[in-house]
Ligand binder design. Structure first.
Ligand code: F6P
Length: 482
């Protein structure tokens, strides 16, 4: 196993998440590795290799053949990654069915429209969390730190604690924690909370998520909650907000790379005489993509003078496309883009350049540095690291970020143009304001946002989480010796 790689007596950190930061794909019978999509993978992906960390997770594809599993395991081992292989039925029930048809919609306030409760999917969720636990137990030693990530693994902290009380367990959730009024609708709400409470330290992106979690715990479980500390018998668990940062230097440096600069020049040349508005999201109803398109439509209706003068460069990264609501959303986006382009396009110009694919990081960087405006309007989002990536890429302190107040990052990037994504008129007006914003104002706002993104970067995030986890462990030890 991977543990042979590391000196057995050195305490280590084991990161566990549903998806590894690297995904495996198969082409012509050969397996290939490429970076995974999503905030967790891109955020932590650049730093997990430091200090002999290990990362356990699903490689993103069903591999049944034992020899293939072995081969992929060996390849991933080189990157300090340990795969947990899921069967197709587990992918359907645990990942698509429970994680993305119960937890994702409820936690993003889409309860009545999208939540689909199924006992079989819940059972699979339990079994797969146990499967992840078995993988952790295979490599964990006493004194190790296990850092569990996100909503797909809510039961894992308790499963690990029951089997190995001698390790430190941190849990961080990358998506919002909803109001108790939403959360308590879930049939298995108590089991989920008890699962999370297996951790010593529980982290969320924002203070509101912490508040919601604490009120759910105090209403649903017979435990004592005082400020942000939960007492369960002899144990105390601490809950706090740790807004996730990005590798700001990586994005700043990338924008200065020669190949990226050349690509950015080409983009600017292509859209000469126009304002370029960029939007980048995973395919997801929580991202407000259709509402954003509506805002653009209203803008074109109300401002005929802007026809041929702006382009929305919209990248939607394929995601969860086997889940029915995602398929439907994709069709609706196709239709809406088609309608708007069909109505407004001229021989030389289209209002929307739409891409349904993931793009290499160099191309993203070129787009970040050439876009006049970045338009990020999720209906609800745990953090939204794209907003921070745009800011980190603007090394000349220009450009305008339009940001939904429902994104966690809006609590930090307060110098963005903040909008309510449900107010389509407001979003449309914000675009007009952004494209007309004087350079001095752009600069004033961007400098403040850049300071924030660079001070509270990913290194800072990992450090404050880990330092706090150590403090909590010490607090627990001193309580036991009293
Ligand atoms: O960042 C939030 C998150 O839900 C991660 O947990 C997840 O890996 C990512 O978005 C992408 O989603 P998925 O893994 O379902 O493709």
């Amino acid at each position: 196993t991977l543990i042979q790689h590391l000196p057995a007596d050195m305490p280590k950190t084991i990161i566990v998440s549903n998806r590894l930061p690297v995904k495996v794909t198969k082409q012509d019978d050969a397996y290939q590795l490429s970076p995974s999509e999503g905030g967790l993978a891109t955020g932590l992906g650049s730093i997990y290799k430091q200090d002999d960390n290990l990362w356990i997770g699903w490689p993103g594809i069903e591999i049944t053949d034992k020899r293939d599993q072995h081969m992929v395991t060996e390849d991933l081992k080189e990157l300090s990654l340990l795969p947990v292989f899921l069967t197709q039925s587990e992918i359907n029930k645990y990942y698509e069915g429970f994680s993305n048809e119960v937890l994702w919609p409820v936690f993003h306030y889409y309860v009545s429209t999208y939540a689909h409760y199924s006992q079989a999917n819940w059972e699979s969720y339990q079994l797969v969390n146990q499967k992840f636990c078995d993988a952790v137990l295979e490599v964990a030693n006493p004194g190790d730190t296990i850092w569990v990530h996100d909503y797909q693994l809510l039961l894992l902290p308790k499963l690990i604690r029951d089997a190995r009380p001698d390790v430190s367990i941190g849990f961080f959730q990358h998506i919002p924690f909803p109001s108790d009024e939403m959360f308590r609708l879930i049939p298995w709400r108590s089991e989920l909370l008890e699962g999370i409470l297996g951790a010593d330290l529980i982290g969320y992106h924002t203070f509101d998520d912490v508040r919601h979690f604490l009120s759910a715990v105090s209403r649903l479980l017979p435990v004592q909650v005082s400020a942000n500390v939960i007492t369960l018998g002899e144990r105390v668990v601490v809950v706090e907000s740790f807004p996730m940062g990005i590798d700001d230097k990586k994005y700043g440096d990338l924008s200065q790379q020669e190949n990226v600069k050349t690509e950015a020049e080409l983009i600017k040349e292509t859209f000469r005489g126009q304002k370029l508005i960029l939007s980048i999201d995973r395919l997801d109803y929580s991202k407000g993509i259709l509402q954003r398109l509506q805002a653009l439509e209203i803008l074109l209706e109300n401002h005929p003078e802007l026809v041929t003068k702006i382009t929305l460069y919209m990248i939607v990264v394929p995601s969860r496309d086997q889940v029915p609501q995602y398929k439907e959303l994709r069709d609706n986006i196709d239709k809406k883009v088609g309608n708007i382009n069909g109505r407004y396009r001229t021989l030389e110009w289209s209002p929307i350049q739409y891409f349904y694919k993931s793009l290499p990081i160099e191309t993203l960087s070129a787009l970040y540095s050439s876009a006049d405006v970045c338009l990020i309007t999720p209906m609800r989002d745990g953090m939204n690291l794209v907003s921070k990536e745009y800011v980190a890429s603007r090394v000349h302190n220009d450009g305008v970020l339009i940001l939904s107040e429902m994104a966690g990052s809006s609590k930090e990037l307060i110098d963005a143009v903040i909008v309510n994504p449900n107010n389509i008129q407001e979003v449309s007006r914000a675009i007009v304001r952004a494209i007309n914003m004087p350079r001095a104002e752009q600069s004033r706002r961007m400098i403040l946002m850049r300071q924030n993104v660079s001070k509270f970067n990913i290194g800072h995030w990992v450090k404050i989480f880990m330092d706090r986890l150590n403090e909590v462990k010490q607090m627990q030890r001193s309580m036991q010796t009293r």
